[in-house]
Structure formats: structure tokens, C-alpha cells
Design a protein around this ligand. Structure first.
Ligand SMILES: [Zn+2]
Length: 223
């Protein structure tokens, strides 16, 4: 039997590494949600609010923002699908559309944890302090350290969505969560959905960083 002929009647189950019938496949339907999506930046323009807010209708006669599904729209819609947790490890956040998506997650009751670079927290345009002021969002940064072995930047750009569920999503790639990252730089993002083997090392590293930087909690406004 050729693979082509078999493929018409059977489905490959990556978890059991075997072919299965349509009925078996139906029973294991959650496996079909495994997917990998690649986003390429830069986008030509920022998205119109109507692409990110279902309740907003763009009434502008000549709106110069994108009214199609740009890479940033796909990125943000992935964040918007978080149902229980959102863990972010990134160099900095200056893109306000991404900031708002993180704030929406917290408003939905999702536990948000962010690990970021200490030197960027108060740099121009940084959204980190504003995010840290929200309930349900905890921010820690890498230590300002005199130890020459620990002077490297917190240069990751990854996130884990719903890491404690059976459907974890990992977002990773070269893309900085910044406006320049959206509109200027050549960058990529890989979104791995429902691939626990991919998620596991990211989850493990997030937990290690969270523990390591326990003493570097960022609080919002003083007092
Ligand atoms: Zn518009």
C-alpha cells in the first residue's frame, strides 16, 4: 500500500506514532489541534483597532491602519486566546497593542508573569512599569549584578500560554515585543500549539528564572 493510498483512509497519530482509523482519529480529535505557525515581521503598518477589538467598528473614511490579518494581529489574537496563564520572558515591551493584550488577559482573570531585562524597565517607551501596576500581573527582572558572569541581558523573547493545561502554546523567535519590532526589523515568530514536548523546556526555564529573580519583583507606583 502506498502512503498516498493509506493517507486517504487513515490518520497519523503523532503521540502513538501509528496510523489510526477515522473513528479512532475522531476519538483523539484533540491531537488535530497540534499546529505550528510562523509569523514574519516587519508589518507594513500597525493594525486598525477594529482588527483587535470585536466591539470596535472603524468609521474612518481613510483609515491608514491595516484592516487585514497582519503578523501582529495573529500574534495578539494568540495572546487573546489564553485561558489560564500567560508567562512572558522578554527583553522589553514597548508595543502598546501587545501591552493592551496582556492587560486584557489579566482582566479575564488570567495569571500573568513577566520576566524582563532590568536595564529596560525605565527606558523611554517601556510598558513594563504600567503592566506591573495591574492586579494579576507580576513582573520580575534579572538582577543588576556586579557579578561579571551575570551581566548578560535578559534577551529571550518567548511566552508560554496555558502552560499547565494539556494545550500549551509557545510563542518564540527573534521578534522583540516593541513597535520597532513590528514595523522596522526583520524578525520571525514561531507559534507551537499543543506540543507539550516543545513547551516543557520553556516551562522549566520560566520556573527557574522566576525562582532565581524572586528578589527582583517590580512594583508599580511607590507607596
Ligand atoms: Zn480602521
Amino acid at each position: 500500500m502506498t502512503v498516498g493510498a493509506r493517507a486517504k483512509k487513515s490518520f497519523f497519530n503523532a503521540e502513538t506514532n501509528s496510523w489510526e482509523s477515522a473513528a479512532e482519529h475522531e476519538a483523539h480529535a484533540h491531537f488535530t489541534s497540534q499546529s505550528t505557525e510562523i509569523l514574519i515581521f516587519p508589518d507594513a503598518v500597525m493594525p486598525c483597532r477594529s482588527m483587535l477589538d470585536a466591539n470596535y467598528r472603524c468609521a474612518k473614511a481613510h483609515c491608514d491602519k491595516a484592516h487585514h490579518t497582519t503578523s501582529l494581529v495573529k500574534f495578539i489574537r494568540t495572546l487573546d486566546k489564553a485561558t489560564s496563564t500567560l508567562d512572558v520572558v522578554c527583553f522589553t515591551i514597548t508595543c502598546d497593542d501587545i501591552k493592551r493584550a496582556i492587560q486584557r488577559a489579566a482582566k479575564r482573570g488570567i495569571r500573568v508573569r513577566i520576566v524582563t531585562d532590568a536595564n529596560n524597565v525605565d527606558s523611554l517607551g517601556s510598558d513594563i512599569r504600567e503592566l506591573s501596576e495591574a492586579r494579576k500581573i507580576d513582573v520580575r527582572c534579572d538582577a543588576h549584578s556586579n557579578d561579571p558572569n551575570k551581566r548578560g541581558m535578559m534577551h529571550h523573547k518567548f511566552a508560554i500560554i496555558d502552560g499547565e493545561t494539556n494545550d500549551p502554546v509557545v510563542i518564540t523567535g527573534s521578534f522583540n515585543w516593541t513597535r520597532a519590532g513590528v514595523l522596522d526589523n526583520h524578525d520571525n515568530v514561531l507559534i507551537a500549539r499543543n506540543q507539550p514536548d516543545v513547551a516543557a523546556p520553556y516551562i522549566k526555564h520560566m520556573e527557574a528564572l522566576w525562582k532565581e529573580y524572586a528578589a527582583f519583583q517590580i512594583h508599580g507606583a511607590e507607596g
